[in-house]
Design a protein around this ligand. Structure first.
Ligand code: PLP
Length: 372
């Protein structure tokens, strides 16, 4: 079996599953007795692990139900705080739907949202961004790594431009595809918010986190028992949080990118060898080695995915969240519709091997033969 769809989700690591069943996690962290205190310690420990990973203070982290909730919390929090100072928001056409649909809702509520067009490489051009920032811009939100094509934005540069041009605007980055795959240092990035998720790094589903820079003071969007500094009420998902922090620790062991880089190289060499001139890549050299998105002339991804599955190879066409539709990311990059219709996304994890790629190539060869 070759699972090459790790940008959609990853298989929870065995140690993560063990951590989630840990008896220390069952108490209510708000209880004063020892079981409550044990759970409270689990959360404290997880905050420390994540804060070390992204270089912030533990108090700057809240745990959420995943990337989507983190993104919603940051965006709604920022605009609720700043709505009296401005009405303008900047983002891009190729954000994940967690961002795009949140912004759409804000448009319904009267905010003006400007969606920047990406470059041909699927990135935000700093100059276009600088031109778009206005006096009344209250929020900018750009992803670090695109989930479909693996393009990387220079978030530090974009954030610097923003902070130079606005006195009060807040900057959010969706780092769901970046955590444990590229170095994240929120101090260097300069961002006010950063969203991450557990299930992309062999952690559990339904748990994520939001970094909120000290002093940002956004109002809560979820109300209740005032857990997590009052920003995110609700009894914490202690099992998930313990699993998430264990996943970060496991990823720390695999921090070295060389294995993923060699898989990336091997895939590209194998594709060239077998399909040479018929290959079209969407992402360039400087992008994450974890994601490779390509089309092979004459092959439709919908069919390819089914044939590959018969060979026990699991990949995606574009994002798992937009199945069935032509990718809005590729269309925004002005990729020819016929080519975009054949998009196949391979996404690696540290547990993939060259044998997985050999299986993929065998499956793709069958597809090509079928379409001859
Ligand atoms: N942002 C990006 C870039 C993603 O890839 C995903 C998940 O596919 C999300 C946000 C949403 O995260 P979650 O599934 O944890 O809600």
């Amino acid at each position: 079996m070759g699972y090459l769809d790790n940008a959609s989700t990853t298989k929870p690591h065995n140690e993560v599953l063990v951590a989630m069943c840990d008896e220390q996690t069952f108490g209510n962290p708000s209880s004063v007795h020892k079981f409550g205190q044990n759970s409270s310690m689990v959360i404290k420990n997880a905050r420390e692990i994540l804060s070390k990973k992204i270089n912030c203070q533990p108090e700057e982290i809240i745990f959420t139900s995943g990337g989507t909730e983190s993104i919603n919390t940051a965006i709604f929090g920022a605009v609720t705080k700043l709505k009296k100072r401005g009405n303008h928001i900047i983002s891009s056409q190729i954000e994940h739907t967690a961002t795009l649909n949140t912004l759409k809702e804000l448009e319904n509520r009267g905010f003006e949202v400007e969606y920047l067009k990406p470059t041909k490489d699927g990135k935000i051009d700093p100059k276009s961004f600088a031109n778009a920032v206005r006096e009344d811009t209250i929020l900018a939100s750009f992803m670090m790594i695109n989930n479909e094509i693996g393009s990387e934005n220079d978030i530090a540069k974009l954030c610097k431009i923003f902070k130079e041009k606005t006195k009060f605007g807040l900057f959010h980055t969706d780092a769901v595809q970046a955590l444990c795959k590229t170095k994240i240092d929120v101090k260097n990035l300069g961002v006010d918010f950063l969203s991450v998720s557990g299930h992309k790094i062999h952690g559990p589903k339904g748990v994520g986190a939001l970094y909120i820079k000290k002093g940002t003071n956004i109002p809560p969007t979820i109300f209740g028992g005032n857990q997590q500094y009052g920003i995110r009420s609700g009894t914490e998902n202690t099992h998930g949080i313990n699993g998430f922090s264990k996943a970060i620790e496991i990823n720390n062991i695999h921090d070295d990118l060389s294995h993923i880089e060699s898989l990336n190289q091997y895939l590209k060499v194998s594709l060239e060898r077998h399909f040479s001139d018929d290959i079209f890549y969407y992402n360039g050299k400087s992008d994450t080695p974890y994601i490779v998105n390509f089309s092979i002339k004459g092959i439709k991804s919908e069919v390819a995915l089914r044939v590959l599955e018969q060979h026990e190879i699991y990949v995606s066409s574009g994002s798992a969240c937009t199945k069935g539709k032509l990718s809005y990311v590729l269309l925004a990059m002005e990729i020819d519709r016929k080519i975009a219709d054949g998009s196949i996304r391979i996404s690696f994890s540290f547990n993939n091997t060259k044998e997985d790629i050999d299986m993929l190539i065998r499956g793709l060869t069958v597809c090509v033969e079928m379409f001859k």
